[in-house]
Design a protein. Structure first.
Length: 540
């Protein structure tokens, strides 16, 4: 411990010191001469050059002359243990003055204006790397007109905290090895209440830019194979026109000027941060590519370090066939499925057309069957548009089938829009593509299953609807079927009243030739054995 000095200490007793949170205002009690009683409360502050003195190795700090607070804070008795709250408005102290509750009581009173401390403002936060959350062990120097003080941040988070007083302007200088220094001005002159200010410092690594920065551009297909499309690039605002992208081993090469054009790293970095790279590429069999990126987003690594080589990989999507035919042997006579691209209903290249030709070849083996073509869409778009598109797809497939040899009157088409999805998973392109389809059936029962009305099928292709044979009464009477082994030999056959019975069942009409015997004629009253009947006799 060091003596606080002659400005505070006297031959009398100085007791119960309390330093306010402004770090410069000191309250204490003393029974020195000139007081109101035994012990009185006094106040003092460090001199204006306190900062330099406090940070030095001086054995004595310089304080202003202490002042007695006077009445009503002090009395003829002992007034001790002064404590002033953070705002500086109120003081708590102990006194054994008259009219108390006992020996020493605690009192509270307003602090006189001359004894108020400075308003304390706390600045706290973190020192960390820019573009990451890594804390930095840095030195923080705070300086003002009266001096400066230094301290280090805590690790590993890089936290700091400093209590300052108002009515001043402070300069923060944050330094750390390998990083650019950061400066900050804290003007507290207009702050009149104690507050805490959150302030984080982000530090960038020292700039080490090369003469030129390389940009490597790789174009790849869905499997990651390297592609070499015709490509151009533009760096705005540096370049007004497009330049051809040059390749080396299937990798595009772009040189980005840095220190070769700028004298200071700060100027080069500022220019690079404003640049935009635009790329255009075309390749047969793939969709055209247009890509735009900021150089600032490519220039720094995960920890904020500057890179001298920037790599860009751009995928190219193969062009999707407008129509694809997939042959299948699905349930209910499903022979093939024709898949369509989005909003496509009438494009089919010659290679994919072979699938429909195979369908026609299969139909030629069973030309008695009708062909049913049902169009479908995915769930995107309006219902009216989807219904129109599904009908167009079905009609397009019919047109091609007719072109390849199936008569138009043998083909029935119908559109279902989005009503009958093949899959409900439409979050992916593959899922939606399964629903953009036309199905080809060789099964007449599909008309009933899918709710096709008679109007959907041409009249010439309607299956004949014959009424049951039992409802017809115009056919001649069929002879009675008699088993020869059970026919009576002696009894005469009674004359029968000629009526018109129901026609013979279909089974009787289709009895084979092996079940027939030679017919015999019979007249009324004769037995079958006496004279054969004129009509044919069928034996079951």
């Amino acid at each position: 411990p060091q003596n606080a000095g002659r400005s505070i200490n006297t031959p009398a007793s100085e007791v119960t010191p309390a330093l306010h949170t402004d770090n410069i205002t000191l309250y204490f009690s003393s029974n020195r001469a000139g007081g109101l009683g035994s012990y009185d409360i006094h106040v003092t502050q460090m001199s204006p050059n306190y900062a330099a003195s406090a940070m030095s190795n001086s054995s004595e700090l310089i304080w202003k002359k202490p002042q007695n607070l006077g009445r009503p804070y002090n009395s003829e008795y002992d007034d001790e243990y002064p404590t002033v709250i953070r705002s500086g408005n109120f003081m708590y102290f102990a006194s054994n003055r008259e009219n108390g509750q006992g020996s020493f009581d605690i009192y509270r009173g307003k602090v006189p204006e001359f004894a108020k401390p400075e308003v304390v403002v706390t600045l706290k936060g973190r020192v960390k790397e820019k573009f990451s959350q890594k804390g930095i062990e840095a030195n923080v120097r705070i300086s003002d007109v009266d001096g400066e003080r230094n301290f280090s941040t805590s690790q590993p988070a890089g936290h700091y905290s400093s209590d300052l007083v108002n009515k001043k302007q402070y300069k923060f200088t944050v330094t750390a090895p390998g990083y650019r220094a950061v400066e900050y001005i804290a003007d507290l002159r207009d702050i009149h209440t104690p507050i805490t200010i959150q302030k984080d410092f982000e530090m960038e690594r020292e700039l080490a830019l090369p003469k030129d920065i390389k940009i490597l551009v790789r174009f790849v297909d869905a499997k990651g194979n390297a592609l070499r499309p015709n490509a151009t690039y533009r760096l705005t605002p540096e370049m007004r026109d497009d330049s051809i992208l040059r390749y080396r081993n299937s990798v595009g090469q772009i040189a980005l000027p840095a220190m070769s054009r700028y004298k200071k790293p700060e100027d080069a970095l500022a220019a690079l941060d404003k640049m935009q790279l635009s790329l255009k590429a075309t390749l047969k069999g793939f969709e055209d590519v247009q890509d735009e990126r900021s150089i600032a987003s490519l220039l720094r690594g995960a920890n904020g370090e500057l890179k001298d080589t920037l790599e860009i990989q751009i995928p190219m999507v193969a062009k999707e066939d407008a129509v694809e035919v997939v042959e299948t042997k699905g349930p209910g006579g499903l022979e093939a499925i024709v898949y369509f691209s989005t909003n496509v209903s009438n494009r089919l290249n010659n290679e994919k057309a072979a699938g429909l030709k195979n369908v026609v070849a299969l139909w030629n083996k069973q030309p008695h069957k009708y062909v049913y073509v049902y169009g479908h869409t995915d769930s995107r778009g309006t219902k009216d548009l989807n219904m129109k598109l599904s009908k167009a797809r079905a009609e397009f497939v019919k047109k091609r089938l007719v072109q390849y040899g199936i008569p138009a009157e043998m083909i029935v088409t119908k559109g279902f829009g989005e009503k009958r999805l093949a899959t409900k998973n439409e979050r992916t392109d593959a899922g939606r593509r399964k629903n953009r389809r036309a199905e080809i059936y060789f099964d007449a029962t599909k008309r009933a299953e899918h709710g096709l009305d008679d109007a959907a099928t041409p009249d010439t292709t309607k299956p004949a609807k014959k009424k049951p044979a039992k409802k017809k009464t115009t056919k001649p009477l069929a002879p009675e079927v008699v088993e020869p082994s059970t026919a009576p030999k002696s009894e005469k056959v009674e004359p029968r009243e000629e009526t018109t019975p129901p026609p013979a069942e279909e089974k009787e009409e289709r009895v084979g030739e092996n079940s027939k015997e030679k017919a015999t004629e019979a007249t009324e009253g004769e037995t079958p054995s006496e004279k054969p009947p004129k009509s044919e006799l069928k034996i079951q």
